[in-house]
Design a protein around this ligand. Structure first.
Ligand code: ARG
Length: 485
């Protein structure tokens, strides 16, 4: 029997007595076309470790139920450990004749134990097995993703800390709007990633329900207790309905959503870095290690990491919508359509685990051009709102204040000057309310300091925000590290 090809395609020829888990009532072997369509081992093989974990718990359960003797259990656990090592070191591999990971591992067990290997299948089905394996896999990988998120957040927080009170022109509609601390803008991204980490932690609570023991759909007539299995496998509880246990893929869809939204946040950060590193902005310079060159233009330094982060959001969104479409309209309980649940979630995991470290590296090595940011902060009349609010404090209705400052902005445009450059005489000409003390509010520092309400961009509020985020990120990282298997 040949091994699975690198292209992931398994051949259909089933010569040499393949292990099939359902051969009893069939006269001939399956058609090649069916085998090619049906095989999933080329992508579900990554569940092997989790399938073996569930098998150990199931073996102990059969022993407690009196269905395996002491000696049989010992031999079974030894064979499962041996198989685990062989999977790990690559000496045991799935072959083209193994329909899926469960089939391959049963073959491995039979190779080691002979007919005793066939006892493990009692009281369980691939339906509860695969749902259990996938939950175990995703719960582990959600933690890995949260720790990678924490690394990216830490990189952003450190940059925010390093740029201190550097102001930037805050934007709406990509137009200069009001001055902000650049740290405030960096921390806005950290907030989004904190919600992503929180979403995965919330998800984990709902995913911590074990389907094992549900059997094919109705539970087992053998004395197996799903709640004991659940505890052994680190779940919080066992599924209270065996039909729901084998057909529910909410956990997979919800995981894909959490991953897709994290992908959207990565994409938005990526887009900002693309802009910031452009000649036009000049806010940041990307380190050589995280930039690429052009094959024709020798001067180019391209922000490919940020662009790929932006681009890969598309496949995460696609995975989510594809999976929802697969689930829609399925009758209870297990249907083979459900085999289509794996590739989108695996792709989501792989995508995030390749994008997050690259983005963390990109961010932590960015050189921030604080002079350029500082110079840009007041440009584009970003202090206009402060001026209008100054007038309001002097009793001018905001509607009128807005008009006055609007006129002043036009005056500045016509005379090619900035708000803080207008002479006192010219100010009063525009409006008698614009007396000399108006200059006090016409500074970026004053504008920033004035926004000192909770959540605002005043330096002391941003410092508090930074400290709170550091604590939250450390807590998320600790959660991720604690749950690892
Ligand atoms: N490879 C299958 C899947 O991922 C395993 C479950 C197969 N169950 C069945 N009754 N054919 O869904």
């Amino acid at each position: 029997m040949g091994e699975i090809g690198r292209d992931g395609q398994a051949g259909g020829a089933h010569g040499g007595g393949p292990t099939r888990l359902w051969g009893g009532r069939f006269e001939g072997g399956p058609a090649d076309a069916l085998a090619r369509l049906s095989v999933s081992v080329q992508f579900d093989w990554r569940l092997a470790r989790y399938d073996l974990l569930a098998s150990r718990a199931h073996a102990r359960m059969l022993h407690r139920a009196g269905l395996l003797s002491d000696g049989e259990l010992e031999a079974m656990l030894k064979a499962l450990d041996d198989l685990d090592r062989a999977c790990e070191d690559g000496s045991f591999r799935p072959t083209v004749a193994d329909e899926d990971v469960h089939t391959a591992l049963e073959r491995g067990l039979l190779e080691r134990l002979g007919s005793l290997g066939g006892k493990l299948r009692a009281g369980r089905s691939r339906n509860d097995q695969v749902a259990t394996d996938l939950r175990l896999y995703l719960r582990d990988h959600a933690r890995l993703i949260v720790s990678r998120l924490a690394e990216l957040q830490t990189a952003l927080i450190s940059q925010a800390e390093a740029c201190g009170d550097t102001p930037a022109p805050g934007m709406t509609h990509l137009q200069h709007a009001q001055p902000v601390l650049f740290a405030h803008q960096l921390l806005a991204h950290v907030q989004a990633f904190a919600r992503d980490a929180g979403r995965l932690r919330d998800w984990d609570r709902r995913a911590a329900v074990s389907p094992l023991g549900a059997g094919a759909l109705a539970g087992s007539s053998l004395p197996v207790d799903p709640r004991v299995l659940a505890t052994e496998l680190g779940f919080d509880s066992a599924a209270p309905n065996s039909m729901d246990a084998v057909s529910d893929r909410d956990f997979a869809a919800e995981f894909c959503f959490a991953a897709a939204l994290a992908g959207v946040h990565l994409s938005r950060l990526g887009e900002e870095i693309v802009l910031w590193s452009s000649q036009e902005f000049g806010w940041v310079e990307i380190d050589d290690a995280y930039a690429t060159g052009s094959s024709i233009m020798p001067q180019k330094k391209n922000p490919d990491v940020a662009e790929l982060a932006r681009g890969k959001a598309g496949r995460l969104i696609g995975g989510l919508t594809g999976l929802l479409a697969t689930l829609k309209g399925l009758p209870l309980t297990y249907n083979r359509d459900l085999q289509e649940d794996k590739e989108p979630v695996f792709d989501a995991v792989d995508t995030l685990l390749v994008v997050l470290p690259a983005m963390a590296g990109l961010v932590s090595t960015l050189r921030i051009n604080t002079e350029r940011l500082r110079g840009g902060a007041p440009s584009g009349f970003t202090l206009a709102t402060d001026l209008a609010e100054y007038l309001v404090r002097r009793g001018v209705p905001f509607r009128e204040a807005h008009e006055i400052v609007g006129h002043l902005v036009v005056w500045c445009q016509v005379h090619d000057t900035d708000l803080d450059q207008v002479s006192e005489a010219d100010l009063v000409r525009v409006s008698p309310h614009l007396t000399p003390d108006v200059r006090e509010v016409l500074s970026v520092g004053g504008a920033l300091a004035a926004r000192k309400g909770y959540g605002g961009t005043a330096p002391e509020r941003v410092a508090e925000q930074l400290a709170a985020l550091r604590a939250a990120v450390d807590a998320a990282a600790a959660w991720a590290a604690a749950g690892g298997r």
